[in-house]
Design a protein around this ligand. Sequence first.
Ligand code: CP
Ligand code: NVA
Length: 303
Amino acid sequence: MTRHLLDIDDLTAPELAEVLDRCADPSPPPPVLAGRGVALIFEKPSNRTRNSTEMAVVQLGGHPISLKPDEVDIGGRESAEDVARTLACYHSVIAARVFDHSILERMAAAVDIPVVNLLSDHSHPLQALADLLTIRAELGDLARRTVTWVGDYSNVARSLGLAASMSGMGLRFACPPGYDPPPEDLARFGDLGAPVADADPDPKAMVDGADVVVTDAWYSMGQEAERAVRKPIFEPYRVDAGLMSAAAPNAIFLHCLPAHRGEEVTDDVLDGPQSRVWPEATNRLPAARGALEWLVRRTWTEA
Ligand code: CP
Ligand code: NVA
Protein backbone atom coordinates (compact mmCIF):
# COMPACT_ATOMS: atom_id res chain seq x y z
CA MET A 1 0.00 0.00 0.00
CA THR A 2 1.34 3.44 -0.90
CA ARG A 3 2.40 5.38 2.17
CA HIS A 4 2.88 9.15 2.22
CA LEU A 5 4.54 11.39 4.81
CA LEU A 6 2.73 14.71 4.75
CA ASP A 7 2.92 15.03 8.52
CA ILE A 8 4.11 12.90 11.40
CA ASP A 9 0.63 11.60 12.20
CA ASP A 10 0.51 9.83 8.83
CA LEU A 11 2.41 7.30 10.96
CA THR A 12 0.98 5.47 13.95
CA ALA A 13 2.95 5.78 17.20
CA PRO A 14 4.50 2.29 16.77
CA GLU A 15 5.39 3.17 13.16
CA LEU A 16 7.04 6.39 14.33
CA ALA A 17 9.13 4.39 16.82
CA GLU A 18 10.03 1.98 14.00
CA VAL A 19 11.07 4.84 11.68
CA LEU A 20 13.19 6.41 14.45
CA ASP A 21 14.93 3.08 15.01
CA ARG A 22 15.64 2.80 11.26
CA CYS A 23 17.04 6.37 11.29
CA ALA A 24 19.32 5.56 14.23
CA ASP A 25 20.57 2.23 12.80
CA PRO A 26 24.33 2.63 12.22
CA SER A 27 24.61 -0.31 9.78
CA PRO A 28 25.19 0.38 6.06
CA PRO A 29 22.00 1.73 4.42
CA PRO A 30 20.16 -0.91 2.34
CA PRO A 31 19.97 -0.05 -1.40
CA VAL A 32 16.15 0.07 -1.47
CA LEU A 33 16.22 2.85 -4.11
CA ALA A 34 18.68 1.11 -6.46
CA GLY A 35 17.72 1.97 -10.04
CA ARG A 36 15.01 4.36 -8.83
CA GLY A 37 14.67 8.13 -9.02
CA VAL A 38 13.38 10.59 -6.42
CA ALA A 39 12.01 13.96 -7.53
CA LEU A 40 12.57 16.82 -5.08
CA ILE A 41 10.51 19.96 -5.71
CA PHE A 42 11.47 23.21 -3.97
CA GLU A 43 9.07 26.14 -4.16
CA LYS A 44 11.11 27.85 -1.39
CA PRO A 45 14.83 28.05 -0.55
CA SER A 46 16.48 25.18 1.32
CA ASN A 47 19.94 24.30 2.53
CA ARG A 48 19.60 21.47 5.09
CA THR A 49 16.56 19.79 3.55
CA ARG A 50 17.81 19.72 -0.02
CA ASN A 51 21.30 18.52 0.87
CA SER A 52 20.25 15.92 3.47
CA THR A 53 17.45 14.50 1.32
CA GLU A 54 19.56 14.30 -1.83
CA MET A 55 22.32 12.55 0.12
CA ALA A 56 19.80 10.19 1.72
CA VAL A 57 18.57 9.16 -1.74
CA VAL A 58 22.17 8.56 -2.87
CA GLN A 59 22.94 6.50 0.26
CA LEU A 60 19.88 4.33 -0.46
CA GLY A 61 21.16 3.68 -3.99
CA GLY A 62 18.79 6.04 -5.81
CA HIS A 63 19.13 9.13 -7.99
CA PRO A 64 17.74 12.48 -6.78
CA ILE A 65 16.62 15.20 -9.18
CA SER A 66 15.91 18.58 -7.56
CA LEU A 67 13.49 20.89 -9.32
CA LYS A 68 13.14 24.63 -8.83
CA PRO A 69 9.91 26.64 -9.26
CA ASP A 70 10.93 27.85 -12.73
CA GLU A 71 11.22 24.20 -13.83
CA VAL A 72 8.03 22.93 -12.19
CA ASP A 73 5.57 25.78 -11.95
CA ILE A 74 2.81 24.08 -9.96
CA GLY A 75 -0.52 25.71 -10.73
CA GLY A 76 1.04 27.88 -13.46
CA ARG A 77 2.43 25.61 -16.12
CA GLU A 78 0.31 22.63 -15.01
CA SER A 79 -1.82 21.49 -12.11
CA ALA A 80 -0.40 19.87 -8.97
CA GLU A 81 -2.00 16.60 -10.05
CA ASP A 82 -0.44 16.69 -13.54
CA VAL A 83 2.99 17.62 -12.13
CA ALA A 84 2.77 14.62 -9.78
CA ARG A 85 1.47 12.24 -12.48
CA THR A 86 4.33 13.29 -14.77
CA LEU A 87 7.02 12.82 -12.11
CA ALA A 88 5.54 9.41 -11.22
CA CYS A 89 6.32 8.31 -14.82
CA TYR A 90 10.05 8.48 -13.99
CA HIS A 91 10.43 8.46 -10.22
CA SER A 92 9.58 6.21 -7.28
CA VAL A 93 9.12 8.99 -4.69
CA ILE A 94 8.06 12.64 -4.94
CA ALA A 95 9.24 14.98 -2.20
CA ALA A 96 8.21 18.62 -2.16
CA ARG A 97 8.66 21.88 -0.26
CA VAL A 98 5.58 23.99 -0.95
CA PHE A 99 3.86 27.13 0.28
CA ASP A 100 0.38 25.59 0.40
CA HIS A 101 0.03 22.25 2.19
CA SER A 102 -3.01 21.32 0.06
CA ILE A 103 -0.67 21.01 -2.94
CA LEU A 104 0.95 18.01 -1.20
CA GLU A 105 -2.45 16.48 -0.46
CA ARG A 106 -3.49 16.88 -4.10
CA MET A 107 -0.26 15.33 -5.36
CA ALA A 108 -0.59 12.41 -2.92
CA ALA A 109 -4.15 11.78 -4.08
CA ALA A 110 -3.09 11.76 -7.75
CA VAL A 111 -0.29 9.17 -7.66
CA ASP A 112 0.46 5.74 -6.23
CA ILE A 113 4.06 6.47 -5.21
CA PRO A 114 5.02 7.99 -1.83
CA VAL A 115 4.77 11.78 -1.50
CA VAL A 116 6.97 13.31 1.21
CA ASN A 117 6.59 16.77 2.71
CA LEU A 118 9.87 18.71 2.71
CA LEU A 119 8.12 21.61 4.54
CA SER A 120 4.82 23.32 3.91
CA ASP A 121 3.00 26.20 5.60
CA HIS A 122 1.45 23.51 7.84
CA SER A 123 4.17 21.05 8.77
CA HIS A 124 7.78 19.85 8.55
CA PRO A 125 7.83 16.14 9.45
CA LEU A 126 11.46 15.34 8.51
CA GLN A 127 12.59 18.11 10.86
CA ALA A 128 10.52 16.57 13.67
CA LEU A 129 12.19 13.19 13.10
CA ALA A 130 15.64 14.82 13.32
CA ASP A 131 14.59 16.65 16.48
CA LEU A 132 13.42 13.46 18.20
CA LEU A 133 16.62 11.67 17.15
CA THR A 134 18.62 14.50 18.71
CA ILE A 135 16.62 14.51 21.95
CA ARG A 136 16.79 10.72 22.20
CA ALA A 137 20.57 10.71 21.70
CA GLU A 138 20.98 13.35 24.42
CA LEU A 139 18.37 12.41 27.00
CA GLY A 140 17.57 8.74 26.35
CA ASP A 141 13.97 7.61 26.70
CA LEU A 142 11.63 10.34 25.43
CA ALA A 143 8.61 9.43 27.56
CA ARG A 144 7.76 11.98 30.25
CA ARG A 145 10.49 14.40 29.18
CA THR A 146 9.20 17.94 28.68
CA VAL A 147 9.76 20.03 25.60
CA THR A 148 8.98 23.76 25.64
CA TRP A 149 8.39 25.58 22.37
CA VAL A 150 9.09 29.33 22.55
CA GLY A 151 7.92 31.86 19.93
CA ASP A 152 5.86 31.31 16.81
CA TYR A 153 3.64 28.22 16.61
CA SER A 154 5.07 27.41 13.20
CA ASN A 155 5.02 24.46 10.81
CA VAL A 156 8.03 23.09 12.72
CA ALA A 157 6.24 23.52 16.06
CA ARG A 158 3.16 21.64 14.87
CA SER A 159 5.13 18.64 13.57
CA LEU A 160 7.35 18.52 16.65
CA GLY A 161 4.22 18.68 18.81
CA LEU A 162 2.77 15.65 17.02
CA ALA A 163 6.02 13.65 17.13
CA ALA A 164 6.70 14.47 20.78
CA SER A 165 3.12 13.62 21.80
CA MET A 166 3.28 10.28 20.00
CA SER A 167 6.49 9.57 21.93
CA GLY A 168 4.89 10.36 25.30
CA MET A 169 6.63 13.68 25.86
CA GLY A 170 5.02 16.56 27.76
CA LEU A 171 4.54 19.75 25.75
CA ARG A 172 4.48 23.41 26.73
CA PHE A 173 4.11 26.33 24.35
CA ALA A 174 5.16 29.90 25.17
CA CYS A 175 3.77 31.88 22.25
CA PRO A 176 2.28 35.36 21.93
CA PRO A 177 -1.52 35.43 21.73
CA GLY A 178 -2.59 34.99 18.12
CA TYR A 179 0.56 33.03 17.29
CA ASP A 180 -0.12 30.14 19.69
CA PRO A 181 -1.45 26.61 19.12
CA PRO A 182 -5.21 26.43 18.52
CA PRO A 183 -7.14 24.50 21.20
CA GLU A 184 -7.83 21.67 18.76
CA ASP A 185 -4.08 21.10 18.28
CA LEU A 186 -3.51 21.00 22.06
CA ALA A 187 -6.38 18.52 22.38
CA ARG A 188 -4.89 16.42 19.58
CA PHE A 189 -1.50 16.34 21.32
CA GLY A 190 -3.24 15.06 24.47
CA ASP A 191 -5.16 12.44 22.47
CA LEU A 192 -1.91 11.26 20.88
CA GLY A 193 -0.30 10.64 24.27
CA ALA A 194 1.26 13.85 25.57
CA PRO A 195 0.92 13.67 29.37
CA VAL A 196 0.76 17.51 29.37
CA ALA A 197 -0.06 19.89 26.50
CA ASP A 198 -0.18 23.46 27.87
CA ALA A 199 0.09 26.90 26.35
CA ASP A 200 0.74 30.14 28.24
CA PRO A 201 2.13 33.45 26.95
CA ASP A 202 4.67 33.64 29.83
CA PRO A 203 7.98 32.19 28.53
CA LYS A 204 9.62 31.84 31.98
CA ALA A 205 6.65 29.89 33.34
CA MET A 206 6.64 27.53 30.36
CA VAL A 207 10.42 27.00 30.26
CA ASP A 208 10.59 26.32 34.02
CA GLY A 209 12.22 22.88 34.50
CA ALA A 210 11.95 21.91 30.79
CA ASP A 211 14.31 19.27 29.39
CA VAL A 212 14.31 20.72 25.88
CA VAL A 213 13.83 24.34 24.77
CA VAL A 214 13.07 24.91 21.08
CA THR A 215 12.43 27.95 18.96
CA ASP A 216 12.08 28.94 15.29
CA ALA A 217 12.08 32.11 13.20
CA TRP A 218 9.57 34.80 14.20
CA TYR A 219 8.44 34.94 10.57
CA SER A 220 8.65 31.91 8.32
CA MET A 221 9.45 31.77 4.60
CA GLY A 222 6.60 33.57 2.87
CA GLN A 223 5.84 35.76 5.93
CA GLU A 224 8.72 38.22 5.45
CA ALA A 225 6.27 41.08 4.79
CA GLU A 226 4.97 40.64 8.37
CA ARG A 227 8.42 41.22 9.88
CA ALA A 228 7.78 44.78 11.06
CA VAL A 229 4.47 43.81 12.66
CA ARG A 230 5.75 40.61 14.23
CA LYS A 231 9.09 41.83 15.61
CA PRO A 232 7.77 43.89 18.56
CA ILE A 233 5.21 41.19 19.40
CA PHE A 234 7.90 38.51 19.59
CA GLU A 235 10.59 40.55 21.45
CA PRO A 236 9.67 38.98 24.85
CA TYR A 237 10.10 35.51 23.29
CA ARG A 238 13.81 35.72 22.47
CA VAL A 239 15.64 32.68 23.88
CA ASP A 240 18.58 34.13 25.83
CA ALA A 241 20.75 32.92 28.69
CA GLY A 242 18.26 34.27 31.24
CA LEU A 243 15.41 32.25 29.78
CA MET A 244 17.57 29.11 29.44
CA SER A 245 18.49 29.39 33.13
CA ALA A 246 14.84 28.62 33.98
CA ALA A 247 15.06 25.22 32.24
CA ALA A 248 16.37 22.02 33.84
CA PRO A 249 20.12 22.19 34.57
CA ASN A 250 20.95 19.66 31.81
CA ALA A 251 18.39 21.06 29.34
CA ILE A 252 19.29 21.26 25.67
CA PHE A 253 18.43 23.95 23.13
CA LEU A 254 17.24 23.14 19.59
CA HIS A 255 16.53 25.25 16.50
CA CYS A 256 15.76 23.83 13.05
CA LEU A 257 17.86 26.61 11.43
CA PRO A 258 18.29 28.94 9.66
CA ALA A 259 18.54 31.10 12.80
CA HIS A 260 18.00 34.83 12.83
CA ARG A 261 20.73 35.54 15.36
CA GLY A 262 19.75 38.23 17.84
CA GLU A 263 16.05 37.84 17.03
CA GLU A 264 14.54 34.56 18.27
CA VAL A 265 17.83 33.42 19.86
CA THR A 266 20.99 35.07 21.11
CA ASP A 267 24.46 34.02 19.95
CA ASP A 268 25.46 32.87 23.44
CA VAL A 269 22.59 30.34 23.52
CA LEU A 270 22.92 29.22 19.89
CA ASP A 271 26.69 28.74 20.24
CA GLY A 272 26.64 27.84 23.93
CA PRO A 273 27.11 24.55 25.84
CA GLN A 274 23.40 23.66 25.91
CA SER A 275 22.92 24.09 22.17
CA ARG A 276 22.54 20.94 20.10
CA VAL A 277 21.68 22.68 16.83
CA TRP A 278 24.56 21.05 14.92
CA PRO A 279 23.78 17.48 15.99
CA GLU A 280 20.18 18.41 15.08
CA ALA A 281 21.24 19.56 11.61
CA THR A 282 23.43 16.45 11.28
CA ASN A 283 20.42 14.28 12.10
CA ARG A 284 18.51 15.60 9.09
CA LEU A 285 20.38 13.06 6.92
CA PRO A 286 19.60 9.90 8.94
CA ALA A 287 16.05 11.23 9.40
CA ALA A 288 15.52 11.57 5.65
CA ARG A 289 17.23 8.24 4.97
CA GLY A 290 15.24 6.31 7.59
CA ALA A 291 11.94 7.84 6.50
CA LEU A 292 12.56 7.17 2.79
CA GLU A 293 13.67 3.62 3.45
CA TRP A 294 10.59 2.93 5.56
CA LEU A 295 8.19 4.46 2.99
CA VAL A 296 9.76 2.57 0.08
CA ARG A 297 9.70 -0.75 1.95
CA ARG A 298 6.10 -0.25 3.07
CA THR A 299 4.97 0.78 -0.39
CA TRP A 300 6.65 -1.95 -2.44
CA THR A 301 8.48 -4.64 -0.54
CA GLU A 302 5.83 -5.23 2.10
CA ALA A 303 2.75 -4.47 -0.04
N1 CP B 1 15.65 23.26 8.81
C1 CP B 1 15.47 23.33 7.47
O1 CP B 1 14.50 22.78 6.93
O2 CP B 1 16.43 24.03 6.82
P1 CP B 1 16.41 24.46 5.29
O3 CP B 1 15.31 25.45 5.12
O4 CP B 1 17.78 25.04 5.03
O5 CP B 1 16.14 23.24 4.46
N1 NVA C 1 9.30 27.92 10.10
C1 NVA C 1 10.42 28.07 9.18
C2 NVA C 1 11.24 26.85 9.16
C3 NVA C 1 12.44 26.90 8.24
C4 NVA C 1 13.16 25.59 8.16
C5 NVA C 1 9.89 28.39 7.79
O1 NVA C 1 8.89 27.79 7.39
O2 NVA C 1 10.46 29.24 7.13
